[in-house]
Design a protein around this ligand. Sequence first.
Ligand code: PMP
Length: 284
Amino acid sequence: MMRIVYVNGDYVPEDEAKVSVFDRGFLFADGVYEVTSVLGGKLIDFSGHAARLRRSLGELEMESPVTEEALLAIHRELVSRNGIEDGLVYLQVTRGVADRDFAYPAEPKPTLVLFTQSKPGMADAPMARTGLSVISIPDRRWGRRDIKTVQLLYPSMGKMMAKAEGADDAWMVEDGAVTEGTSNNAYIVRDGTIVTRQLGEEILHGITRKAVLALAREAQMKVEERPFTIEEAQAADEAFVTSASTFVMPVVRIDGATVGTGEPGPVAARLREIYLKESRKAAI
Ligand code: PMP
């Protein structure tokens, strides 16, 4: 099926969606992105993603090419034109086209690209019933992981390392503590308390993380935001990850060690259920 893609103001068939070889996103990974889930044809937590985009752009001294209102309209238009029921909208902003030079161009004209991916039944992923197995790898990314840049080569390498070991994903470790998953935030549950690394420059400030922690607190669950080790995670009752495209996903093996019973745990299952229910309710 030929998708309709948004490129700098135009809606075009995907085979006509092109960006210059001089685009700084291509030459310098000088760009940021967001991924917003779509359930039942509606956007999940659009305002959260728009707020983080604004922050990422601000940290890189980049202008937003369009207003938040216009951005919402583009998201909706793409969902509608591509008939997306369940899936996601990918958005990327780069500093735009300029002759190759490390210094930022004086008058940048940002590139804005959005496309959709259809994922029928994504809220009912079989993985949510079996759980993921993860391996640990050293965190070798740059130091500003709180900015959602398109520098995703190390996370890609991490997924390949996991695949080579027959695992589903990798958790990254720095100075003895877990930072996060290659494309998700990482959590453990011990004696009913949910533990996840505190916010900082070491991790991406997950939009799903924020929503899930708020819902957990509302449901009177105890939350601790602090670093934890792989050993602590292996000995935990439960482990899970969160992201916009996988919601809450249980983790049942870490470096070959079984977590808890080896089955998805009740806290992760409950959080997944609450998160999906509340997100669908608030979707726009
Ligand atoms: N950490 C990393 C490194 C990620 O790539 C992602 C997903 N893009 C997340 C966490 C989860 O963030 P969100 O809940 O906003 O999708």
